[in-house]
Ligand binder design. Structure first.
Ligand SMILES: C[S@@+](CC[C@H](N)C(=O)[O-])C[C@H]1O[C@@H](n2cnc3c(N)ncnc32)[C@H](O)[C@@H]1O
Length: 379
């Protein structure tokens, strides 16, 4: 039994016993309260002292998971692990002193099946950016609007690879904007001017109105359009995505403006009523994905057409996304899980399980979309 489960069981048992002897609480509500409290306690900082009290853990200094990996890599199993645990002076705690964050990459990645699990997260993330931005005719005069830029790594990377004149980015999260500004400040991107803002993709027209300096002062007012709108692993969050597509079309240069997305849609129809529908709404609501965005391929394509896009290409790449990321999360958890709080570990473990389920159930498509705004150029 895992430590967390054990803490959960202890708290639930204690509260249930209390229920039996308590004249005040009736059994069902207090059992539910016990369950809730058990979950909260097991997932918060209260867990550690309780685990210690119950003798469920020791404050072993090298619980960074590396011991387990070393043992299993050598194929020595439990004996090796026991030996590793025996003599600890400094242990491996100094891993903390060696830690270096080399980026804040944040998309699901495009994983090379032959290279997982050795593939680095940032390489998988870059591969997804490459997939989205290839064949888009990005030139030294392009001005890209990057919507949902995460922490800016993709903007620096796009600048290095494609060297557009300008990248304007928006994110809804101020803390990510802060990290991105820092990255942009310390990373030279010769030839590309990167400007990042906090703004909501669902309110694109308001953002444009309130930010008059988006276009070079020399640009004629008739030409105040972006050459590209890009949104990587983010558009399913927008409220609504259909409205975002319409707004994106309006800011793209007619006939030549290009849209490129990495996005998620349904591969199987959503439940239409009852308990299934409630679960569907709850799950996507919890992930801050408006359920109305979860559309099947035909409806999704129609949204693009309705927004005015042509030359629409949609490629499904989920087979190279979900399982690769799930494997990576499991590796990171076994190597470094001991260094993060239980809440973080729990969140990522749940995510990995969800991704494996998605990989098996084929319930969602992860798509790369490319399209052009406006009618075909007259020949
Ligand atoms: C999974 S992350 C992907 C980030 C980034 N594109 C990358 O690939 O590293 C989704 C991003 O979308 C951003 N986001 C979600 N809803 C948004 C909205 N309405 N407007 C702008 N950004 C949004 C989040 O803040 C988050 O950074």
């Amino acid at each position: 039994m895992s430590n967390r489960l054990a803490v959960f069981a202890v708290v639930v048992a204690a509260l249930s016993l209390h229920t039996v002897y308590s004249p005040v609480l009736t059994s069902l509500p207090s059992l539910l309260l016990g369950l809730l409290l058990g979950l909260v306690v097991a997932e918060t900082s209260l867990a550690s002292p309780i685990q210690e009290l119950c003798g469920l853990t020791s404050r072993h200094p090298d619980k960074v998971g590396l011991d387990v990996i070393h043992a299993s890599e050598k194929g020595e199993g439990k004996t090796a692990k026991k030996q590793l645990d025996q003599r600890v002076m400094y242990g491996l705690q100094h891993a903390f002193l060696n830690l270096e964050v080399t980026g804040w990459w944040f998309n699901m990645g495009l994983w090379d099946k032959d290279k997982v699990p050795a593939m680095r997260f940032q390489d998988a993330c870059k591969a997804l950016v490459d997939k989205v931005t290839s064949h888009l005719d990005i030139t030294s005069s392009s001005h890209i609007l990057d919507v949902g830029f995460g922490c800016g790594d993709q903007d620096v990377y796009m600048a290095q690879v494609h060297k557009p004149a300008r990248i304007t980015g928006i994110t809804i999260e101020p803390i990510q904007h802060h990290a991105a500004q820092d990255l942009v400040k310390r990373t030279p991107t010769p030839g590309t001017d990167i400007n990042l803002y906090v703004a909501d993709a669902s309110k694109l027209p308001q953002f444009l109105e309130s930010t008059p300096n988006l276009f070079a002062s020399t640009t004629p007012s008739s030409d105040r359009f972006f050459s590209h709108v890009i949104s990587i692993d983010s558009a399913y969050h927008y409220n609504t995505r259909a409205a975002f597509l319409k707004n994106a079309a309006q800011v793209l240069a007619p006939n030549t403006g290009r849209l490129a997305l990495a996005d998620m849609i349904l591969a199987k129809p959503a439940p239409t009523s009852g308990f299934g529908l409630s679960i569907f709404k709850t799950v996507f609501g919890a992930m801050e994905v408006p359920p109305v965005n979860m559309k099947m391929m035909d409806e999704y394509r129609q949204d693009l057409v309705d927004a005015g896009f042509v030359d629409i290409e949609i490629e499904c790449i989920e087979e190279r996304v979900f399982s690769g990321l799930a494997t990576h999360i499991e590796n990171q958890t076994s190597r470094f899980g001991g260094m993060v709080g239980p809440g973080v570990k729990w969140t990522y473990s749940a995510l990995a399980k969800g991704l494996w389920w998605l990989d098996r159930s084929k319930w969602l498509h992860f798509v790369v979309v490319k399209a052009r705004y406006g009618p075909p150029p007259s020949s």
